[in-house]
Design a protein around this ligand. Structure first.
Ligand SMILES: [Zn+2]
Length: 253
């Protein structure tokens, strides 16, 4: 497929979704819409999707805090909630690009590695292609990513869904799908990896034999309700820090 960059005509997101287009999104876009009053964070699923039908949400979905697998499970609950309430809305998914099967109900912010030690959890481009396909098959048409997503992850979504979208992204001009660029490699055994079957079925090693595969989330409570998780405008006091250092010391011992 030849990269065409898609249609250049500017249209609103709802126009595009109503027309059956697959829209690729980014967490920052949703935050910008939230600031302008177009996005409202709901409480929990599937209630969030159906609790206020009078509000008339045109798009419902999840953004950030959880990995692609958990996010799509959640969108599935929302979809079932909408169907049971006979409501119609477009579905959106914008997960993390980190694997977080071990996180608690607050998502990745509870993990001890948050926010500067998350790299061992980064999804590969192949993980993201799989996610994009599963999201599409679930009926999600606003498919994107939030924290941890890099440009190559977004490109992976666009390449996976190129048959449905009808074009490849501009970024594919410098990149062949499914490792096809390796056809030019001078080592034959690397050249042999220029195919979908290789990357699709590869069982990835983490390369960290001394690391556990899972962490224990802090599970200190939830942001709404637990005093030490409340956001505060003023600087954290020495006394607050002292108490928190104690907790961290306990955790690492
Ligand atoms: Zn995020």
């Amino acid at each position: 497929m030849v990269p065409s960059g898609g249609k250049k005509v500017k249209r609103g997101i709802l126009q595009r979704l109503d027309a059956g287009e697959v829209v690729i999104g980014d967490g920052g876009f949703v935050f910008a819409l939230e600031k302008r009053g177009y996005v409202k964070a709901g409480p929990w699923t599937p209630e969030a999707a159906v609790e206020h039908p009078e509000a008339g949400a045109s798009i419902v979905g999840v953004n950030c805090h959880f990995d692609p697998t958990i996010s799509l499970k959640t969108v599935k609950l929302m979809k079932e909630g909408l169907e049971a309430a006979r409501l119609k809305a477009h579905l959106m998914a914008q997960p993390l690009a980190y694997h977080t099967p071990d996180c608690g109900k607050q998502g990745f912010i509870d993990l001890p590695e948050f926010p500067f030690g998350l790299e061992p959890r980064v999804a590969t481009r192949w993980d993201i292609q799989k996610y994009a396909r599963e999201a599409y098959n679930l009926g999600v048409r606003y498919i994107g990513g939030c924290c941890g997503f890099e440009p190559y992850h977004i490109r992976a979504i666009a390449e996976e869904l190129a048959p449905q979208r009808g074009f490849l992204p501009d970024a594919s001009e410098k990149h062949g799908s499914w490792g096809s660029g390796l056809n030019m490699h001078t080592k034959p055994w690397v050249r042999a990896r220029a195919r979908k079957e290789y990357w699709e079925s590869l069982s990835l090693a983490s390369g960290r034999p001394y690391c556990p595969s899972m962490s224990r989330p802090d599970a200190w409570g939830v942001t709404k309700g637990t005093a030490e998780l409340m956001q505060q405008k003023e600087a954290t006091t020495d006394q607050q820090l002292k108490e928190l250092f104690q907790k961290q010391k306990f955790k690492s011992s």
